[in-house]
Design a protein around this ligand. Structure first.
Ligand SMILES: Nc1ncnc2c1ncn2[C@@H]1O[C@H](COP(=O)(O)OP(=O)(O)O)[C@@H](O)[C@H]1O
Ligand SMILES: [Mg+2]
Length: 416
């Protein structure tokens, strides 16, 4: 990476001298210099070059002097490191600058060897600072996500639990309702057999309510209610399965069940809409044994990958209007050495090489702000690598599609 240095000095020869002194590093793209001739110009240049790593500034300059510039920089960009330069006789101002958080100072006439050492030292410090900041941010996102996930998991499990009881009443009562209705219909039938010519009031009411239709429709109505209740039940089981909070230790779980639960939760996104056809999910499940894992977090990984695949397919359909039918393919198999592999592929937009290099970085997203957080894959990789001693990798071709590959041991600790 090229380090960028803003040099502020009103004496023109400095520009030429610096370019000469550092020409090798400039050519090797290790260093890049931006020049300004007073404080005002420096602030202007800084605005147009947000990637500046350090500032080297003279103190005595027209329009805005170095000390004022230092003050302003502290307000605009507190993390920017500034080295001040002034005559040895100007020690009072140098001291002032140091008291105002200048990182270091050099005296004029500039000793270029000293300048190089100072630049290296400052850039080294800036680099370290950046790395610490990056690590801090990474830890922070993990913590936030962990909190969010556990809160969400608890909420989902709670809702599923709450739904369970009322669904239980409805399912139980429906069975009784069905048998009572059958009895009443039989009785009605008997009446009709034995009293084929009822009085005119009854005759009228029969026509009014369209009795023949009711008798035919009622049993169908009940069975369709039963199907509905069964579906709610399945969703509730899936939600509980999905958010399984028994995750303080690893348990033996059926991977296919986890994938199925996740697909059920994503069902509304797979269905056809006005804008696009349904996404077909093709499954090629191998004969997997129970796998030792944390089912909740593992399902979260499936969820992240599948949701991304759906996004990629939607984007492809929006962009290209292709004839290809949108498909997600899920394959599972046992690998040699007691591993399982789960591959989830889509024929969506695919990724550029550049995106592929970064997609596991926290906060990396190519989606609109209200859509993507850029956390899904970094968390997923962390779950696979740190929690399951496994791997999560990706291969993709722009315009063709993407495949994510999960590989993990069947047993976490091998028995010897
Ligand atoms: N199946 C996929 N097809 C194409 N690009 C993908 C796919 N999965 C992930 N990506 C890319 O990786 C980026 C990071 O994904 P992720 O970490 O889940 O964050 P987010 O989905 O919030 O953007 C996405 O913004 C996208 O550019
Ligand atoms: Mg995502």
């Amino acid at each position: 990476m090229t380090a960028k240095i803003l040099v502020v000095d009103d004496e023109l020869p400095i520009e030429r001298l610096i370019c000469q002194q550092f020409r090798k590093k400039i050519r090797a793209k290790e260093l890049e210099f931006v020049f300004a001739h007073n404080g005002v110009e420096a602030l202007d240049k800084l605005q147009n070059n947000p990637q500046i790593d350090m500032v080297l500034t003279d103190i005595n300059m027209p329009e805005m002097d170095g000390l004022t510039l230092l003050e302003k920089l502290k307000e605009i960009e507190p993390s920017l490191k500034t080295v001040v330069v002034s005559a040895y006789s100007d020690m009072a101002n140098i001291r002032k600058a140091m008291n105002h958080d200048a990182f270091d100072f050099l005296t004029k006439p500039i000793d270029f060897q000293d300048l190089e050492v100072t630049i290296n030292r400052t850039l080294g410090y800036v680099q370290e600072l950046k790395e610490t900041q990056r690590q801090f941010q990474q830890v922070q996102t993990r913590l936030i996500q962990k909190e969010k996930m556990s809160a969400l998991g608890q909420l989902v499990a709670g809702v599923a639990h709450e739904i369970n009881n009322p669904v239980g009443f409805i399912a139980g009562n429906l069975t009784h309702a069905q048998s009572y209705i059958n009895d009443i219909l039989n009785l009605l039938h008997l009446y009709q057999q034995h009293y084929p010519n009822p009085v005119s009031d009854i005759q009228e009411e029969i026509e009014q309510i369209d009795l023949d239709y009711l008798v035919e429709d009622l049993p169908q109505l009940i069975s369709s209610m039963k199907v509905g209740v069964e579906r709610i039940n399945q969703i509730s089981v899936s939600l509980r399965n999905f958010s399984r909070s028994d995750t303080s230790s690893k348990v033996l779980a059926n991977i296919h069940e986890g994938i199925e639960s996740t697909l059920l939760i994503l069902r509304h996104r797979l269905k056809a809409s006005a804008a696009r056809p349904a996404i077909e999910v093709v499954k090629d499940y191998g004969d997997l044994p129970q796998v030792e894992c944390y089912p909740g977090p593992l399902n979260q990984v499936f969820m992240n990958i599948l949701a991304n695949a759906i996004d990629a397919l939607e984007e492809a359909m929006l962009k290209e209007k292709t004839e290809r039918s949108p498909t997600i393919k899920i394959c599972t198999e046992v690998l040699e050495g007691d591993f399982v592999e789960i591959r989830i592929a889509d024929n969506g937009v695919g990724m550029t090489e550049d995106v592929q290099k970064q997609l596991f970085e926290p906060m990396f997203t190519t989606k609109a702000t209200n859509k993507g957080t850029g956390l899904g894959l970094s968390i997923s990789r962390q779950i696979m690598v740190e929690k399951h001693k496994g791997q999560l990798t990706c291969s993709s071709k722009l315009g063709w599609g993407t495949e994510f590959i999960i590989k993990m041991p069947i047993r976490q600790i091998k028995k010897v």
